[in-house]
Design a protein around this ligand. Structure first.
Ligand SMILES: CC(C)(COP(=O)(O)OP(=O)(O)OC[C@H]1O[C@@H](n2cnc3c(N)ncnc32)[C@H](O)[C@@H]1OP(=O)(O)O)[C@@H](O)C(=O)NCCC(=O)NCCS
Length: 164
């Protein structure tokens, strides 16, 4: 099954929620321990859409195999040209080019929107994410040491940046 990338609709939010909660529970990618619920994801989605920020899904014959989005990196008008991306792929769909396809579409959307920089904040260790972003041209830009906690561990956050 091949996946095609398309904008998410509200009907995709339960699948997006399930992927999000999987990564909250099982990986170091999202630094929180309490699961999200549909109301929270709906507010997130509507906020992105209202701001004109893309929320994309990889649709594999009706199954949401992953999603990607970008939001504001920081507030303040001086940061208006910089966005921070997120990309998550469902269990069982890894290593099939899903993230690469999502990110290609997300980067194209950011360029189209006139953005100049995309930042990935990668919680370490995450060799898959570092390799993914590196293969897309993101460059390592610095690491904040021990600023997060998850599963009882102190975690580093590495920033990677892509000049658009
Ligand atoms: C990181 C992640 C999004 C990659 O998704 P994916 O669909 O499996 O990635 P792709 O198949 O598109 O791989 C693209 C490239 O990324 C790199 N890559 C992906 N997974 C990798 C792994 N496990 N180890 C090393 N490199 C990896 C490779 O360079 C790969 O290209 P190749 O397959 O031609 O060698 C996925 O592992 C994931 O959801 N991880 C948990 C969430 C997360 O960390 N998100 C990023 C937060 S910053």
């Amino acid at each position: 099954v091949t996946a095609s990338v398309r904008p998410a609709t509200p009907a995709d939010l339960p699948a997006i929620l399930a992927i999000h909660n999987h990564h909250i529970r099982h990986t170091l990618a999202i630094w929180r321990s309490e699961p999200a619920d549909l109301a929270e994801r709906t507010i997130w989605y509507e906020d992105r859409i209202r701001k004109g920020q893309p929320v994309l899904v990889a649709d594999a014959a009706g199954v949401v195999a992953g999603f990607a989005s970008y939001g504001d990196f920081r507030t303040g008008s001086g940061y208006a040209g910089t966005v921070e991306n997120s990309v998550y792929v469902a269990e069982g769909w890894h290593r099939r080019g899903i993230a690469r396809a999502l990110m290609a579409a997300l980067v194209a959307a950011a360029r189209q929107a006139g953005k100049h920089t995309m930042v990935a904040g990668v919680g370490l260790p995450n060799p898959a994410s570092v390799a993914l972003h590196g293969s897309l041209g993101f460059q390592e830009a610095g690491t904040l040491r021990g600023i997060g906690r998850k599963h009882g561990r102190a975690l580093d956050l590495m920033f990677m940046q892509l000049d658009l």
